[in-house]
Design a protein around this ligand. Structure first.
Ligand code: EPU
Length: 324
């Protein structure tokens, strides 16, 4: 058994851990391990392993990116699945290309960005993804998915639903802008950015904000936001707003988004620990491993938090991380 890398720093093992450097190598691995349980991971930054994995864990060591075409306003960048998303964004900001700077410092790799539709500070991966290339696990054939075919939603895509476990994303094309129109409307981003910012200035401001609120992946075990922010019917929000002062909320299509962080804080979980797992004091949406958390500690803490949010507010919050 070999250790599985994961940012939650869970001590978990798989039968086999294999990396590939080309799509052909990936095909060979799929042939070789046909019949085994398979799990393809990125940086392991959005996963909670509930125990050892009795199968084969695959990871991409394909890390190239190149411009494939451009028009008057855009440059299209095709990036391989194993490239660290933030390394790509740093290079793009350096080149003065914009559109992804608000996604700076999100842990994870290109392939996962297209599965999970990662998002931050008013931008989601779906806003810049134009197409996704993927390999069918069943027969090794390649397929290109248009943006529409990916069925993107909040932290959601077809690869998490109808096509779950059927394809491995190998390549993602992002559309970058040549002309910079900063998107600064989320939270205090505008205040953190100076006048006439460049994409790099926005990137640096996003990194500063993230560092203040979120645990450093290199220092503390976590998988970022553990829960999704719930969207509730307007009447339910209004009933809560009548009982509590200043309920943070964001109008959405089909309802009102209430930050899970606020709900969890109201239930008194901020900073609370269970075994080695902790509800992060600076951002209670995040659960962290204080050093010796077991998967069960995290699962129980998450369940207790969900239960108390449900008891107090009648709202079901669901995990954003994938349980394996
Ligand atoms: N809040 C509290 N108490 C706290 C912290 C926050 O009540 O201790 C409330 C505040 O009202 C605040 C609101 O929560 O305005 C929102 O907080 P924040 O701006 O930090 O964002 P979030 O909703 O908690 C989401 C994403 C993050 C992303 C940020 C910024 C999800 C699940 N999470 O968090 O994504 O970085 O917005 O765009 O949508 C991730 O997915 O791993 C992640 C970190």
């Amino acid at each position: 058994m070999v250790n599985i890398p994961n940012t939650f720093r869970m001590d978990v093992r798989a039968k086999i851990y294999a990396e590939y450097r080309s799509v052909d190598e990936l095909r060979e691995l799929l042939q070789q391990y046909r019949g085994e349980r398979l799990l393809h991971i990125g940086a392991g930054s959005n996963l909670l392993f509930t125990g050892d994995f009795n199968g084969v864990v695959l990871h991409s060591a394909m890390r190239r990116a190149r411009a494939t075409r451009e028009d008057d306003s855009h440059v299209f960048i095709e990036a391989e699945n194993g490239l660290v998303l933030d390394e790509l964004i740093a290079q793009l900001c350096d080149m003065g290309l914009s559109g992804m700077e608000n996604l700076s410092y999100i842990p994870g790799e290109v392939g996962a960005s297209a599965v999970q539709n990662v998002g931050a500070y008013g931008v989601e991966a779906k806003d810049v993804i134009t197409e996704v290339r993927a390999l069918a696990i069943a027969d090794g054939s390649e397929r290109t998915f248009t943006h529409a075919e990916c069925c993107y939603g909040y932290r959601d895509s077809i690869f998490k639903n109808d096509l779950r476990g059927q394809y491995i994303i190998t390549c993602v094309t992002y559309r970058l802008d040549k002309q910079f129109v900063p998107k600064l409307d989320y939270g205090n981003l505008r205040g953190e950015v100076g006048a006439n910012p460049t994409p790099m200035d926005v990137r640096e401001a996003v990194i500063r904000i993230r560092r203040q609120k979120l645990p450093e992946v290199s220092e503390v075990g976590s998988a970022g936001s553990f829960f999704k922010n719930p969207i509730v019917p307007r009447e339910q929000y209004e009933a809560i707003a009548a009982q509590y002062e200043r309920v943070p909320h964001f109008d959405q299509e089909g309802g009102v988004k209430i930050p899970a962080a606020w709900l969890i804080e109201q239930c008194g979980w901020k900073g609370k620990t269970l075994g080695g797992a902790q509800c992060y004091a600076k951002q209670p949406l995040v659960l962290v491993n204080t050093g010796n958390a077991t998967p069960q500690d995290v699962i129980t803490l998450a369940q207790n938090i969900c239960n108390s949010v449900h008891d107090k507010f009648g709202i079901t919050i669901s995990p954003e991380v994938n349980y394996i």
